[in-house]
Design a protein around this ligand. Structure first.
Ligand code: PLP
Length: 238
């Protein structure tokens, strides 16, 4: 069975984070293993507490897998521990969901964590999956002045990202259009726009993509699996 290592935070409400990640991997026939970077107390109303896990404990949890999904990283120390440990597995596909804040607004990655993520993880991962607000923050933090999300994503490619999936969930229109932007060009992924918002959609998308990559799918096909998994999640939780 495909082993998917999920690196991220525990959300006490289980709406997002590691529990959502593990549910996604299992639903796609994979076998989840986790590396907790933080324990958080949170819900739809906000983030009440964040307890970072010590770097030595993070390192000890990172083991060989067929694919890796990274979510909440808390701060620079955590990013450094994850980057150091993943260097042992240079061939394993890695998907990075650049979690910066919960949809409730509570902060989940410090400013120095953002810088470290850009410096240490961006060049290592196979795919980064920002939503539009996250893409804007990452672009600003790396000195990219472009306003258009496509140009911001190109800026991330120039900084070493291998591919960027720009998620269109925060845009408007009858369809939710994600853009897979890589060295070979741009591939749109079009799906219906579901009404309302759900916590954990970003976690679902990135975990599903990592599972498909671990199962041997090409990046473009894996992103389609991710989009389908988010659709399924919306339909099941409505
Ligand atoms: N909490 C944790 C621990 C997460 O890992 C994430 C996303 O990956 C979130 C919260 C954010 O979830 P949402 O934006 O759906 O609130």
């Amino acid at each position: 069975m495909t082993r998917v290592l999920l690196i991220g935070g525990l959300d006490s409400s289980c709406g997002a984070g590691l529990v959502r990640d593990a549910a996604t991997v299992s639903a796609l026939g994979g076998s989840p293993i986790v590396c907790a970077t933080a324990v958080t107390a949170q819900g739809a109303h906000g983030v009440l507490a964040v307890h970072p896990i010590p770097p030595a404990v993070i390192t000890a949890q990172i083991v060989a897998a067929d694919a890796v999904k990274i979510g909440m990283l808390c701060d620079r120390t955590t990013v450094e521990a994850v980057a150091r440990s993943l260097a042992e597995f240079p061939l394993t596909p890695v998907v990075l969901d650049p979690v910066i804040a919960a949809s409730s607004g509570g902060r989940l990655l410090s400013d120095n964590g953002i810088t470290a993520m850009l410096d240490l993880l961006l060049p290592r991962v196979d795919l980064i999956t920002p939503n539009l607000p996250e893409l804007r923050i990452l672009a600003e933090a790396s000195g990219i002045t472009a306003e258009d999300p496509r140009d911001q994503a190109q800026g991330l490619l120039r900084l070493g990202a291998r591919a960027v999936l720009v998620k269109g969930g925060h845009a408007n229109g009858p369809e939710a259009i994600d853009l897979l932007i890589g060295p070979d060009g741009t591939t749109p992924l079009v799906g219906p726009r579901y009404a309302g918002t759900r916590r954990g959609t970003g976690c679902t998308m990135a975990s599903a993509i990592a599972t498909a990559l671990g199962q041997g799918a090409l990046l473009c096909d894996a992103c389609a699996v991710g989009k389908a998994a988010v659709g399924q999640f919306f339909r099941e939780s409505s």
